[in-house]
Write a protein that binds this ligand. Structure first.
Ligand code: 3IX
Length: 210
């Protein structure tokens, strides 16, 4: 087999799957690290305390790195379903970088509610545009995968209509707008608490040739 699609399949199958108990423990650790990251971004402690905490964090990193995988793990849906990517940077419960988003599938696509803290700030009080792009890429991709053909992002077009606020409940929604052969088209948006669109997106996903 050649091509990106088969390479993704092979890489996922070659990874050791976590059981549900192990995944829950990893997710709990990732939550604590999310709290740590927000605390780092907002801390106002003295310089000596910054250095002291840094030393403790370095020691904790050493404990985790003591037994290391070559690549992130996967897990099975519900413990025995298909393999899922548990460290995805948007949805991964096991990735502290991920907000994380819990995506639900709708009749026409996918949606999720989420709130972003100051870790994701770009312009003061607003979400960084690269973060909203990443979220839209993922949710449009999952809409396409669930309603049309799973594929990699070939193009992503964004229109930032108004700033996306930090610290308030946001919604992201996406729907499939067409598909043919290996190609799926999707459209979506991020909405603020008043239902106003902050970012609009259109994307093309292409199933890699095997
Ligand atoms: C078992 C297979 C699984 C495969 C799916 C893999 C993953 C998806 C799995 C689950 C999905 C679930 C949810 C999440 C999904 C997505 C969220 C985030 C995804 C990413 O974060 S993903 C990383 C960023 N992404 C890349 O890293 C892509 C790099 N890139 C490539 O891997 C190639 O570039 C590729 C494969 C895109 C095309 O390669 P290729 O060799 O197959 O292309 P080819 O030339 O044959 O084009 C075929 C037809 O598409 C037209 N076409 C091509 N490109 C176009 C473009 N940009 N605009 C308009 N049309 C375009 C041509 O014009 C032609 O059209 P025509 O057939 O009519 O001539």
């Amino acid at each position: 087999m050649t091509g990106v699609g088969s390479a993704i399949e092979r890489a996922r199958r070659g990874r050791r799957a976590l059981d549900e108990e192990h995944l829950a423990a990893l997710a709990a650790l990732a939550d604590r690290v999310r709290e740590l990251t927000e605390a780092v971004v907002l801390t106002d402690v003295e310089i000596d305390e910054l250095a002291a905490v840094g030393e403790q964090v370095e020691a904790l990193t050493g404990r985790l790195a003591a037994v290391r995988r070559d690549a992130p793990p996967v897990a099975r849906y519900g413990g025995h379903g298909p393999l899922r990517h548990v460290t995805n940077p948007v949805t991964g419960l096991g990735n502290p970088l991920a907000p994380p988003l819990t995506i639900e599938f709708t009749e026409t696509g996918a949606r999720a509610g989420f709130t972003l803290n100051h870790v994701y700030e770009g312009p003061p009080t607003f979400v960084h545009g690269g973060i909203t792009a990443m979220i839209l890429d993922q949710v449009l991709g999952m809409a396409a995968a669930s309603k049309a053909v799973p594929g990699v992002t070939a193009s992503l077009e964004l229109r930032y209509r108004r700033p996306t606020p930090i610290g308030v409940p946001l919604t992201v929604e996406a729907e499939v707008t067409g598909s043919s052969g290996r190609r799926s088209h999707a459209a979506g948006r991020i909405l603020d608490p008043e239902g106003l669109v902050t970012v609009e997106a259109k994307a093309l996903f292409i199933a890699p040739q095997r």
